[in-house]
Design a protein around this ligand. Structure first.
Ligand code: SAM
Ligand code: MG
Length: 406
């Protein structure tokens, strides 16, 4: 039994035999599973280069896209596949999770995010695939027909020309360690390359289109068998000369060739076999969501300031028996707010049955400040939505009923 560097487990009939590789009858099990290691590799790449626009070619059931939607740097995610499965199986649900969830509406993100799926072949150029920073081709190329593979470099590196391309494909040298693999790992594979074959293709492609390429992989070989290489070989291509998204787009007008039936995501699978899916996530960059978030934050902040003010008044009241009321969960935060108010000398005040919390006070709190940017914007966003004093300078609460309760 051999444990690989990544904890994969290999059982061998005879580990001491000199024809070691051939004698292996083994179960090789990667932990985490190999596909997860590939996705993690892409995720790490995203964390490193922080691309805003990412396209996944050969996206299949969209698992990688789903994982990438949580990377906060990404604003545009696109998937392309020649065949988007349309059965009510897990692929449907996976793809469905590309839609925004209720929580995304409750707490819109500061970034914008659009997710789009296209059905078509990577052998064809389509303008919807222009302007990406990172293009991922995970276990795609070995599924391409010879004619498609020939066109692939021109479409991906010549036409799409992203800053980074990551390509993964099986390393055929590792197959001798995999149980039951005769010719290829999967019946749909049109070829599987050795390390030398992949590297020679990748170096030639990089040279033609002015990219540099580095080789790595996931799925470590067992100790002592490092020459075999990774189970999945990976090439990371980085474009040598920078090119702006705009210049790419303007230089390359092409007609749309991918299917473009745009329909509501829920209906997509059962009515239309072929469709483009598009989900625009709620974002604070959209004025409508920003306004809701600002109103919520302003009212919340003003409520806490008011609560603190009222507690202070109770503490100072003549009744020595009376203990200040406290709301444990809010206390530390309300103390913090209270200190800020005092420091900034912008005290709320009570007049009759009304409490006034100056907008300048509310604006001085980090979250409100960050959301609005300017005081003018704060005033604009809450105008007509929050009850203000007659001169519009303070949030006003009527405490008549609260006084009655006391
Ligand atoms: C092994 S799957 C890749 C799965 C996915 N990238 C992952 O890592 O989980 C290969 C995918 O490539 C797609 N494919 C095959 N030929 C294609 C082509 N010419 N253009 C676009 N996609 C293609 C297949 O439909 C399939 O979904
Ligand atoms: Mg494959």
């Amino acid at each position: 039994m051999i444990t690989c560097r990544d904890n994969s487990l290999i059982r061998c009939q005879n580990t001491m035999d000199k024809n070691f590789q051939e004698e292996i009858t083994q179960i090789i099990k990667f932990e985490p599973p190999l596909y997860k290691q590939r996705y993690q590799f892409v995720k790490d790449l995203v964390e490193k280069y922080k691309p805003k626009k990412v396209a996944d070619l050969g996206c299949a059931d969209c698992s990688l896209l789903w994982m990438l939607k949580f990377c906060s740097c990404i604003e545009v995610l696109a998937g392309l596949d020649i065949f988007l499965p349309v059965t009510p199986d897990f692929s449907y649900f996976r793809r469905h999770t590309l839609s925004p969830l209720p929580l995304d509406y409750l707490r819109p993100s500061e970034r914008s995010l659009t997710v789009t799926l296209h059905q078509g072949s990577i052998a064809q150029k389509d303008p919807c695939m222009l302007g990406f920073d990172l293009v991922t081709c995970i276990e795609l190329i070995e599924h391409l027909e010879e004619s498609e593979l020939k066109k692939f470099p021109e479409v991906v590196f010549g036409f799409m020309a992203p800053s980074i391309v990551v390509i993964s494909t099986p390393n055929s040298e590792f197959n001798c360690l995999l149980p039951g693999v005769k010719l290829y790992r999967h019946p749909d594979h049109k070829f599987e390359w050795s390390q030398a074959q992949f590297q020679s293709w990748a170096l030639e492609t990089a040279r033609c289109y002015d990219y540099s390429v580095e080789f790595t992989g996931v799925g470590d070989p067992p100790a002592g068998m490092e020459k075999i290489g990774f189970c999945t070989q990976i090439g990371v291509f980085v474009r040598k000369c920078p090119q702006t998204g705009e210049s790419v787009q303007s230089e390359k007008p092409t007609e749309a060739v991918y299917k473009t039936v745009t329909i509501f995501p829920l209906v997509i699978n059962f009515i239309y076999y072929v469709a483009v899916f598009k989900a625009v996530y709620p974002s604070l960059k959209d004025e409508k969501y920003l306004q809701n978030a600002v109103i919520r934050e302003v009212v919340f902040t003003a409520q806490i300031i008011k609560h603190r003010l009222m507690s202070k008044r109770e503490e100072c009241s003549d009744d020595p028996e009376r203990k200040p009321r406290s709301q444990p969960s809010m206390d530390s935060f309300s103390d913090y707010l209270g200190k800020l108010v005092v420091e900034k000398n912008m005290q709320p005040f009570v007049s009759g049955n009304e409490v006034y919390v100056p907008l300048t006070t509310i604006f001085s709190f980090p979250k409100v400040n960050r959301l609005c940017g300017t005081f003018e914007k704060l005033c604009k966003l809450i105008a007509g939505k929050v009850t203000l004093s007659s001169d519009g300078s303070a949030v006003m609460f009527n405490i008549e009923h609260e006084n009655e309760e006391n």
